[in-house]
Write a protein that binds this ligand. Structure first.
Ligand code: ATR
Length: 277
């Protein structure tokens, strides 16, 4: 029999998730399949009802349903609930329980790549304040980052994100111009918007002229292979992190939730990158 996993989203047919989860199944020696349940917005309710009839063990949720799925769930864990979005559903004893692994996947990919990072001493700047930024903000705050400033084109969205503050994390909202000026204050810069993504590869959200040498500049965009922001970061002597690790580790954390096993996924990141090249 084996596991049955899947993905609810729209559009979803070009998703990398089936490939990624098939790698995990193989690596962990588990039987199973990962299917795409592509669902147009007018069919969401019917599709979810149909899914309740199927022996599915868990599924991922992607755009545009990460918020819309919540009323259909029996429970939402406290982390996903604070982020306000669910990307992973685990079916446990017939109950649908919602989790969010996006931000935690980012943090895990960061620590896998730069294991000497002490987040409790890291001054962070997040560029953007959308859904992706929310998950990353919360995960970095929970990991103990003392400062997480937010720079966004629209200040009100930055302010809304700042409300996710927890523990002793301190946060200010900046304009993109201010962020550019003050860049030398930060040890970790996290670009979370779609600026620079294929097919608009020349886009770059800010200049890095003031970046601190040895800072980590990360971009969650995973196509192109290296965004213009990361190219500039490298040229200025900063360390870089692309979005491939986050993509693989958010999936690994979902797989771990569903199968209650631990997945070491660095080899899958490497294999994924070989395919992209
Ligand atoms: P996601 O869920 O992928 O994060 P989103 O919720 O639509 O997507 O958020 C997109 C983010 O990218 C926002 O921070 C948005 O800025 P605004 O809040 O000002 O809209 C940012 N963004 C998108 N295009 C941008 C651009 N051309 N320049 C600057 N910021 C941009």
């Amino acid at each position: 029999m084996g596991y049955l996993f899947g993905l609810v989203g729209y559009p979803a047919r070009d998703s990398k998730s089936p490939w990624i989860h098939e790698q995990f199944l193989k690596k962990q020696g588990e039987q199973g399949a990962y299917r795409i349940f592509e669902t147009s917005p007018d069919a969401l309710q019917d599709k979810l009802q149909a899914l309740k009839m199927v022996e599915v063990d868990g599924f991922n949720v992607t755009v545009p349903y990460k918020e819309e799925i919540i009323p259909y769930l029996d429970e939402v864990d406290s982390y996903a609930s604070s982020v306000g979005a669910v990307n992973t559903v685990h079916v446990q004893d017939g109950k649908w329980i919602g989790y969010n692994t996006d931000g935690k996947g980012y943090v895990r990919s960061l620590l896998e790549e730069y294991s000497d990072t002490n987040l409790k001493k890291t001054q962070v700047l997040i560029l953007g304040a959308g859904g992706a930024a929310r998950g990353i903000y919360r995960a970095l705050a929970e990991a103990g980052a003392p400062v997480i400033d937010i720079a966004n084109r629209t200040a009100s969205r930055g302010e809304a994100l700042r409300k996710l503050r927890c523990g002793s994390t301190d946060s200010s909202v900046l304009s993109l111009e201010e962020a550019e000026e003050d860049l030398s204050h930060y040890d970790l810069i996290v670009q979370t918007t779609s600026v620079g993504m294929t097919p608009n590869e020349s886009g770059q959200i800010i200049s890095l002229r003031n970046v601190k040498p040895n800072a980590i500049v990360s971009d969650i965009v995973y196509k192109p292979f290296e965004t213009s922001l990361l190219k500039e970061a490298k040229n200025r002597g900063a360390r870089v992190l692309n979005g491939h690790g986050m993509l693989i580790y958010q999936a690994a954390l979902a797989f771990e939730q569903w199968t209650e096993t631990f997945v070491e996924a660095n080899d899958i990141v490497t294999k994924f990158e070989q395919q992209l090249k």
